[in-house]
Design a binder for this molecule. Structure first.
Ligand code: GLY
Length: 409
């Protein structure tokens, strides 16, 4: 949605109306400063209350919340081996940061500790960042317990082992070789797991980890985007050369369509890569990918599962894509120099968050948000609550609250 349409499509509450008046006044008198016009704490308090209530009906021995099936109230769980296992401990740590509530801290510790077997396995997936950095990474930040640092360093090394220096990327889904005959593949989601490598490099794990993350980002920048800065989902490479074999989708509508969560992963990952490196091209891509995402949003700021559906009638949304993108836009609003762009990103992030909270809440389940889509082509997890939607919804709010909003000028 373009900036002019943003004003046209705003839905008003009292604070929104006040914000619009401020926007119009400030628009007349020079560059606009980013404004916070949603009630962040109210949404975090609601999130904390929802999660506290869900904890009463959950047991860590049963596994890690992943989705709520249609018509059910309880989370369905994944094992520690599932790619989503780190999100529930991660959101518990974030809500503990917000509330200071010891019950949430104890639950965060219990769910984090239940991931320990990950450190004793041979890993063959790029998802280690989602699984370990969001859980043990936050546990280490809060407790400074050396055991978490040890787990993190070991698993960061396992992630780095998947790097192919000839191609210049991490092999995201090594099973793709056996299942599909793909010699080497890299998915756009993989960008999120690079933050783990940057963290490990910053904390004594070795400069090679940073080099891997930077090289992976450069290669993804070169091969992963179309001219309009929409992303492909999966890039299949040769193994012994940097040649691309094909660019395809796994979870999107078609190879040439734009899977909305993939676009959100690109926004989030490239913003982080710029924050960690200061490499200007990474920021440029994050901005351009974000503009694509915003320009293709429907009126209520929550995308369908793919941006290029021939007909959206009856198609499910993906609240998780909106939550990931909102979090990325909050960060990006602090990284860009242009005040207008910064304001536009922050305002759009708030519109997304407000729409998610007002229109996509899942009051009848243990989750905060409903209406996410895991993989439509696989007929899997369609129009249901997904734990990573809740995680990034909370992350977006915490980013706003924690003053990552550095006013420019
Ligand atoms: N990273 C897997 C997904 O976004 O579905």
């Amino acid at each position: 949605m373009k900036r002019r349409d943003f004003l046209k499509n705003m839905t008003f509450d009292a604070t929104g109306l006040a914000a619009l008046i401020i926007m119009v006044i400030s628009g007349c008198s020079g560059p606009k400063e980013p404004e916070i016009f949603i009630d962040i704490d109210k949404k975090l308090q609601y999130s904390a209350a929802t999660v506290r209530q869900s904890l009463a009906g959950l047991s860590v021995e049963e596994g890690f919340p992943r989705r709520v099936n249609q018509g059910e109230y309880r989370w369905s769980n994944t094992r520690y081996t599932g790619w989503t296992s780190g999100f529930f401990p991660g959101l518990l740590w974030n809500l503990y940061t917000f509330t200071g509530d010891d019950e949430l801290k104890q639950a965060a510790i219990a769910y984090t500790n239940a991931l320990e077997p990950i450190t004793r396995m041979d890993w063959n997936t790029h998802d280690l960042g989602f699984m370990m950095y969001l859980s043990a990474g936050k546990a280490y930040e809060h407790t400074q317990d050396a055991i978490y640092r040890q787990w993190l360093m070991e698993t960061a090394d396992s992630l780095a082992d998947l790097f192919n220096p000839v191609v210049g990327t991490i092999h995201s889904w090594p099973w793709g070789e056996r299942r599909h005959g793909w010699p080497h593949n890299t998915i756009i989601d993989n960008m999120l797991n690079l933050e783990f490598l940057f963290w490990a490099a910053n904390n004594g794990g070795g400069e090679h980890l940073r080099d891997i993350a930077i090289t992976h980002t450069h290669t993804t920048l070169r091969n992963g985007f179309r001219n309009d800065f929409s992303t492909w989902h999966v890039i299949v490479y040769e193994k012994d050369s940097p040649n691309v074999i094909k660019k395809i989708t796994d979870q999107g509508y078609s190879d040439e369509s734009v899977w909305s969560r993939g676009q959100a992963w690109a926004m989030h990952g490239f913003s982080m890569a710029y924050r960690e490196t200061g490499i200007a091209e990474f920021l440029d891509v994050a901005v351009a990918a974000s503009e694509f995402f915003i320009d293709h949003l429907p009126d209520d700021f929550v995308p369908y599962w793919d941006f290029m559906l021939p007909d959206t009638a009856g198609q499910p949304r993906d609240a998780s894509a909106a939550a990931i993108a909102a979090s990325a836009l909050v960060e990006l609003s602090t990284l860009v120099d242009d005040q207008e762009v910064s304001s536009h990103f922050l305002e759009t992030a708030q519109q997304m968050i407000r729409s998610l909270f007002e229109n996509y809440r899942s009051e009848e389940t243990m989750a905060i948000l409903g209406h996410s889509t895991g993989s439509k082509p696989h007929d899997s997890e369609i129009d249901v609550p997904l734990v990573y939607a809740d995680y990034y919804f909370i992350e977006a709010l915490m980013r706003m609250r924690n003053g990552e909003l550095r006013m420019k000028n």
